[in-house]
Design a protein around this ligand. Structure first.
Ligand SMILES: [Zn+2]
Length: 285
């Protein structure tokens, strides 16, 4: 599952290929997009802006249309020069946007909708800009309030709730809890405002570190021995707890634990010693 940092980097790369250039061709296998393009041809329009909003990507065209896509598990956007061979089979193609130099191809993009500024604002699932962890408009105080409005949710589940805070996926969820020393099964209501604020600030810091210009596709939260540029075949080598069930905690040596958590049955990793339950708080489930 691409996390917010992946979508952010994808949007940045697409932006470099498409922004400011007139579209020369638009194609899609989605009938609604094709119909939109028949009525209001995108060819000849300029791509004004590309924005990552949590796990959504928004492409703004000069005619006012906004293409919103969500990559879910397997969706990918690739950029090719004309004539370059595609790295995925043609039948996975869902959307193609071309300009004089490049082809941007959306493969297996499962959700793609054309919006206006107004319909985008009303969209129930696309996060508001002020909820986006990687956006410039994140409002920390209101994010804390949104969290506190769900006092019974476990911290880890609340971190994944894109309507509270957009951008955290399952890997970052466990890593954020570890870095903050918070037990992922604790209820949000047991956190003070300061603890919530510091957790959200940590979430933003970890995600931001993974969208720096030199960051690769690997999620890095732990930079123990190797540089981030090292090509390590084991993606958990750059993480504190995620994927490290039974291995020693990098801080205290205790065995890392793993458990399925939440309504969506997502896996959670944590160190029972570094992330204890506070006295008197029960782990549920
Ligand atoms: Zn530990």
């Amino acid at each position: 599952m691409p996390e917010g940092d992946t979508i952010f980097r994808t949007a940045r790369n697409l932006g470099r290929a498409l922004i400011g250039e007139p579209v020369t061709l638009f194609r899609s296998t989605y009938p609604l997009l094709t119909r939109f393009n028949d009525d209001t041809p995108l060819a000849g329009q300029i791509v004004d802006r590309i924005e990552a909003r949590g796990k959504w990507m928004l492409i703004y065209f000069s005619g006012g249309g906004i293409l919103a896509s969500h990559l879910l598990m397997n969706g990918r956007w690739h950029i090719y020069r004309h004539g370059e061979r595609w790295q995925l089979p043609r039948f996975h193609m869902r959307i193609v946007i071309e300009n004089a130099q490049y082809q941007a191809v959306g493969f297996r993009v499962p959700v793609a909708e054309m919006h206006t500024a107004r319909s985008l604002e009303r969209h129930p699932r696309i996060p508001r800009p002020q909820n986006d962890l990687l956006g410039p408009d994140l409002d920390l105080n209101s994010a804390v309030q949104r969290f506190q409005a769900h006092p019974r949710d476990a911290i880890a589940d609340a971190l994944l709730d894109q309507s509270l805070l957009a951008g955290v996926g399952n890997v970052f969820k466990s890593e954020i809890c570890f870095v903050c020393g918070l037990n992922p099964f604790r209820a949000v209501g047991t956190l003070t405002d300061d603890e919530s604020a510091s957790m959200i600030a940590t979430a933003r810091k970890l995600l931001r570190a993974n969208v720096l210009e030199d960051s690769g596709d690997l999620i890095v939260t732990y930079r123990g021995q190797q540089r981030r540029t090292t090509h390590n075949s084991d993606p958990t080598a750059s993480l504190w707890v995620y994927g490290r069930n039974g291995e020693p905690c990098r801080r205290c040596g205790e065995a890392i634990r793993r458990r399925i958590q939440g309504g969506d049955a997502r896996v959670t990793f944590w160190c029972p010693r570094c992330q204890p339950m506070p006295d008197g708080v029960e782990i549920d489930g």
